[in-house]
Design a protein around this ligand. Structure first.
Ligand SMILES: Nc1ncnc2c1ncn2[C@@H]1O[C@H](COP(=O)(O)OP(=O)(O)OP(=O)(O)O)[C@@H](O)[C@H]1O
Length: 579
């Protein structure tokens, strides 16, 4: 009984492969399932023999011998049952884990565009609860294949051996219960699908409430949201009732239909006892077998309906069960020097019709800091984003002479660090937020982002917990932790999108000096609205709203662009006034 091994699998979108993958476990289920369900038939037979032995006033010795073997038999049957259950549970646990692993991998490798279009609540429900429902259906199916299928066959064969006519006549009602369950299949499928999709919707609302809790509270929307949530819950509840009622409440009906044959058994079996061709023990054995089989038949009918329900979940998770992908970690990066050359770069978001930036050209050498600025919505962030190479672009972006799109995803992630608008802090310590588990020393990067002073007032230092999304830190602290994370690896190209918007000007100036002094092997693309430090950096790209661009040193732009000079002078004046 080795531990669970959770490994990727081939063709995860074919449900049969989950049984094929667990060959050993499935073999154990088959062996223990067959022996248990065949042995269980011996129970009523021994019970009947015991009854006849007592009624026939046999010796006490033989009654005790029979009773002891009966108890031993029951013990053995329960032991077989234990192993059968153990392996079925193991199959279910492993299948659930592998499905979740495959879905997780799929999410991690989904294109950004596809992820942006995902409904988070829906995705979460599919990745977790739909997997559970689906695997539960697979477990029940596997269990009942033996506990119902094999057992019914065993009982039927034994009953036929006792009397063919009684068996045929008494079991005529069983197919009726099965046919009724089959008829309800489509209704159950429809209700289950509607319940699962409402459930996803509710998960989305909860996710939204967590994400935007502050916004809703600040705007006094608790009551309004609460009422809507309540209405949705009521709707969910009514869908849940519809989805479950047919599946669960029909079992007694199936049971009554299947048990109708007991009248035949009592009538014809009783006559056989009276005429002396059956003993009371045989009659008892037969009736116990019949009742057990009728009970199993009604469970089989319910099983059809449960499997139907789990098929809804399977259909929901199937699109996420793609082949396992792993990054090729081979890399051919030249770390000796860095050069960035951008020529006629145009970029259009996949969902947009027109390019946001057009024909941008510039060249940067190692150790240089390039500022990117311009009016609102002129495409500053888009330019930074396009340099990541995550989306197709027009024109050329060459790093060390090689086109960006010709580098692998892994190589790009090794060469380029990116800090976007949001700090994206994890609910963890400062240290873990910066290293993301790579174990590196962070002392120097903490000094580079001027966080060493902040740490002095934190009793737990770098082990301070930042809270959910960094809630326990100030905006400026959050921004600098995120900046430290981006700087830590001293990547060849570092793209910083508005890193100083929450940082005061003095700290901003100190950080810029640190970047100039300590990141001489990198190229830094600094996107910012604040131009006061632009006189200290190497070159500037000024994006105009009409998609043209100015490029040069600060002094060049002060002369060539009246717009740039005006913004710079205004900001310097505002800075002076603040001082
Ligand atoms: N993912 C996207 N899909 C489609 N269009 C987008 C996307 N992101 C941004 N845009 C559009 O691109 C244009 C430029 O946006 P961008 O964020 O690059 O401007 P910006 O200069 O950084 O703006 P700001 O100064 O407000 O930060 C905007 O009109 C915006 O609507």
């Amino acid at each position: 009984m080795s531990g669970l091994k959770i490994e990727p699998m081939k063709e995860p979108d074919k449900i049969i492969n989950y049984w094929k993958k667990e060959k050993f476990t499935v073999a154990c289920i088959v062996i223990f399932g067959l022996t248990f369900n065949n042995a269980i038939v011996l129970g009523p037979i021994y019970q009947g023999k015991l009854l006849d032995s007592i009624a026939g006033a046999e010796s006490l010795d033989s009654v005790i011998r029979l009773a002891v073997s009966f108890v031993f038999l029951i013990g053995m049957i329960q032991l077989l049952r234990y192993f059968k259950r153990f392996y079925i549970r193991r199959f279910a646990n492993n299948t659930s884990a592998v499905m979740k692993l495959m879905i997780y991998n799929n999410i991690m490798h989904k294109s950004l565009e596809a992820l942006e279009n995902e409904d988070i609540g829906n995705l979460m429900t599919r990745a977790v609860s739909d997997v559970d429902v689906c695997v539960e259906g697979m477990r029940k199916f596997t269990t009942e294949l033996f506990d119902t299928g094999v057992l019914m066959v065993s009982y039927l064969v034994s009953m036929l051996a006792y009397d063919v006519k009684i068996t045929v006549l008494s079991t005529l009602y069983i197919p009726i219960a099965m046919a009724l369950a089959e008829k309800l299949k489509n209704v159950i499928y429809k209700y289950s699908a509607s319940f699962r999709s409402k459930s996803s919707y509710i998960a989305g609302i909860v996710y939204d409430a967590i994400e935007n809790a502050m916004l809703y509270r600040a705007n006094g929307m608790e009551a309004q949201n609460g009422q809507k949530y309540n209405d949705d819950l009521e709707d969910l509840q009514s869908k849940a009732i519809k989805a479950n009622i047919l599946e669960n409440s029909m079992q007694p009906v199936y049971n009554v239909i299947a048990m109708l044959g007991v009248i035949t058994v009592i009538y014809l079996g009783g006559a056989k006892v009276i005429e002396g061709s059956w003993t009371v023990g045989i009659f008892s054995t037969y009736i116990v077998m019949f009742a057990a089989m009728a009970n199993k038949a009604s469970k089989a009918a319910k099983l059809f309906n449960s499997v139907q329900k789990s098929q809804v979940s399977w259909k929901r998770i199937k699109p996420y069960l793609a082949e396992y992908q792993s990054k090729d970690e081979a890399s051919d990066i030249d770390n000796s020097s860095t050069e960035l050359s951008v020529k006629n770069l145009s970029f259009c978001y996949p969902a947009a019709r027109e390019p946001i930036i057009e024909n941008i050209s510039f060249e940067v050498d190692q150790g240089e800091i390039i500022g990117v600025t311009g009016p609102i919505a002129s495409g500053k962030s888009t330019l930074g984003f396009s340099l990541l190479g995550l989306y197709p672009y027009i024109g050329s972006i060459r790093i060390d002479g090689k086109e960006l799109k010709d580098y692998s995803e892994y190589e790009r992630s090794m060469m380029i660090s990116y800090l976007g608008h949001k700090p994206q802090l994890l609910s963890d310590t400062i240290y873990n937020n910066i290293t993301l588990g790579n174990g590196k020393d962070i002392n120097s990067v903490m000094e580079d982002v001027c966080f060493d002073i902040d740490l002095q007032s934190m009793p737990d230092g770098v082990d301070t917990l930042v809270g959910s999304s960094g809630i326990r830190l100030s905006g400026g602290q959050q921004a600098r932790i995120a900046l430290a994370r981006t700087l830590l690896n001293k990547s060849k190209i570092i793209i910083l999108d508005d890193p100083f918007s929450a940082v005061d000007m003095k700290t901003e100036e100190r950080i810029i000096e640190n970047l100039k002094a300590n990141y001489k092997n990198s190229i830094i693309i600094l996107i910012s609205h604040r131009l006061t430090i632009f006189s200290r950096i190497n070159k500037i790209i000024f994006l105009y709203s009409d998609k043209t661009a100015g490029y040069g040193t600060h002094n060049d732009l002060m002369k060539s662009s009246g717009f740039y000079a005006e913004i710079f002078n205004l900001q310097c004046m505002a800075g002076d006034n603040n001082d």
